[in-house]
Write a protein that binds this ligand. Structure first.
Ligand SMILES: *Cc1c(COP(=O)(O)O)cnc(C)c1O
Length: 239
């Protein structure tokens, strides 16, 4: 059984170290604990250590765990897997954030299905920053139009951008990819007063969080470095 307390401490140390080196405030970085493939008890353990933000990729798996953890009322659930249009209702109702919006049709469905007594659903647009054929996400040039469309949807709250760079980039290329996302967000913020409040760059995982933070990440998505190896078999991210 991995020691989640030690692992979380270690991540906090890595964040301290890199933010000091690049002159950022560690309080500006939110750790999203990616709990796909992990049992509900692992989430409960992290919660009891004070952790609140959890990310899940697969809807049914997430709903099962949410049910087992329904006593944790201030937990914050992030959906970070591909959103299938026939599953938008549950995603809209059961999560606080969705990081993987890249189609207007999905955004409109989430907007319609979000319950009016709930706070608006926080949204990040997923950007296919390396323009990979096989990967979901918007191309950089499509982001602005999509952002304006989403702004018009009252039950969604556009927060920023999310990206998963191509695997096996050199460190220099990785820096460039994350920097391009940061630049894209800054362009968006300057394009309209209504977009000036966008505050989220969801980028960086266990292996590359330092590079992501150096380039401006505000939310890092960390799975194995917190929970250890996944306990039930899963597809790889973004498949
Ligand atoms: C699984 C996953 C992560 C976490 O990956 P680790 O390598 O376990 O840190 C982050 N983001 C997304 C979108 C994922 O699917």
């Amino acid at each position: 059984m991995p020691n989640i307390a030690d692992n979380l401490n270690h991540i906090h140390h890595r964040i301290q170290h890199i933010t000091k080196n690049v002159g950022r405030n560690p309080n500006d970085i939110t750790i999203l604990a990616v709990s796909k493939g992990q049992p509900a008890q692992a989430i409960r353990n992290a919660y009891e250590l004070g952790h609140r933000h959890f990310g899940e990729n697969y809807l049914q798996e997430a709903l099962d765990k949410q049910q087992q953890l329904s006593d944790l009322t201030d937990i914050c659930w992030h959906f970070i897997g591909p959103v299938q249009s026939n599953k938008t209702r549950k995603v809209a109702e059961s999560f606080d954030w969705v990081h993987t919006v890249d189609r207007i049709k999905i955004a409109e469905r989430l907007n319609t299905l979000r319950q009016s007594h709930q706070k608006p659903l926080n949204i990040c647009l997923q950007v296919n920053i390396n323009e990979e054929e096989s990967k979901s996400g918007l191309l950089a040039r499509e982001v602005e139009n999509m952002a304006f469309s989403i702004m018009a949807l009252p039950h969604l709250n556009l927060r920023g951008l999310m990206a998963i760079p191509q695997s096996s980039l050199s460190e220099a290329e990785l820096h460039k990819s994350f920097a391009a996302i940061t630049q894209l967000l800054s362009k968006l913020r300057n394009s309209s007063p209504q977009l000036a409040t966008l505050d989220t760059l969801s980028m960086g995982m266990s292996a590359d969080l330092e590079v992501a933070i150096a380039e401006g990440a505000t939310m890092i998505r960390i799975g194995t470095a917190i929970f250890g190896p996944r306990q039930f078999p899963q597809k790889t991210p973004n498949s």
